[in-house]
Ligand binder design. Structure first.
Ligand code: ZN
Ligand code: ZN
Length: 321
């Protein structure tokens, strides 16, 4: 099975994004790049070099619905005359009826984000939306964990790997244990568990870090020989990366628990203490990171939480509860 990585520019801090052309019958592209002229041009050039035209594409598969990955899904689908779009139904970013800022707003308020910061985050949220065209629900086919995407020369098995987002999926070619992992596994950075509404109960925060740890271990149990990430170079030593991620996560858990031991705080306050220099979108990512770690520490019984004036305040366990 011929998997061709194509790197596309994005307007985002992360830099370029990797999409993967599976040059087999049916021709399939995994992720699409953001909706920018630069990404469209680079994608067309990459396809042309591989001897493929957009209207040869029969399947568009999304690892997750962040704009840098799903932005062009709609226009590729239309141009390729109704190619099928596959995405896990816990993702919402690509949908016409996506979770809007209002769902996120509740979660941000509860995390202790102050009002002026909320206004800034709304602006960022709306700014990012321009990089993806929304799909109707009936344009999409669900990706189900364990299902197979069949090709004339083999198959890719779907592995639901929630964490970075609720509906993140990876794909394994079992013949040689090659994995396409989207933003679940990145060579140079530990992926951020992005603050998301829980897909089952959107009034709750998705327990991203606990889910992510399960996903990382699940990928490990498959003993991958090569992992293609959503950004950066491929990973040949997953075991090393897995151990590195676990160390980083453990260290951050200790930092977060240490901050709460000093005084009772909100996720926002933890994020400002951990990343005092963070600005614009990084403040959102920082509060995502803090909330994910607080949720995890709480689920392990290492922190207690109470609601005070609509905000979650974390404190040392014990005492009144
Ligand atoms: Zn992402
Ligand atoms: Zn990404």
């Amino acid at each position: 099975m011929n998997i061709v990585p194509i790197s596309l520019p994005t307007p985002f801090y992360i830099g370029s994004v990797n999409v993967y052309l599976v040059k087999e019958d049916p021709v399939t592209i995994i992720d699409t790049g953001p909706k920018t002229k630069e990404a469209v041009d680079a994608l067309r050039a990459g396809l042309r070099q591989a001897g493929i035209a957009v209207d040869d594409i029969r399947r568009i598969v999304l690892t997750h619905a962040h704009e840098d990955h799903c932005g062009l899904a709609r226009s590729l689908r239309d141009e390729a005359k109704d190619a099928e779009v596959f995405v896990h139904n816990w993702e919402t970013g690509h949908r016409v009826g996506r979770f809007e800022y209002e769902e996120h707003l509740q979660l941000l308020v509860r995390a202790g984000v102050p009002p002026d910061e909320l206004a800034m985050m709304r602006k960022l949220y709306e700014g990012v939306r321009q990089y993806a065209d929304a799909l109707e629900d009936d344009h999409c086919v669900d990706l189900n964990d364990g299902a197979e995407l069949q090709f004339n020369s083999g198959s890719l098995r779907v592995i639901h790997t929630p964490g970075h987002t609720p509906g993140s999926c990876s794909f394994i070619r079992e013949a040689d244990r090659t994995v396409i992992a989207g933003d679940c596994v990145l060579k140079r950075v530990t992926p951020n568990p992005v603050l998301s509404p829980d897909p089952i109960d959107p009034t709750r925060r998705f327990r991203s870090l606990a889910e992510y740890l399960v996903s990382l271990a699940r990928v490990r149990s498959m003993a991958p020989t090569l992992v293609y990430g959503g950004h950066g170079e491929p990973i040949r030593d997953y075991e090393e990366l897995f151990n590195r991620y676990l160390r980083a996560i453990r260290e951050r858990q200790a930092t977060v628990i240490g901050l709460v031991a000093k005084e009772s705080v909100s996720a926002w306050e933890v994020s400002r203490a951990m990343f005092p220099a963070a600005d614009d979108v990084h403040r959102f990512l920082a509060v995502s990171e803090a909330a994910a770690h607080l949720d995890y520490a709480h689920s392990e019984g290492k922190l207690a939480v109470e609601i005070s004036e609509g905000r979650e305040i974390y404190r040392k366990p014990g005492g009144k509860d």
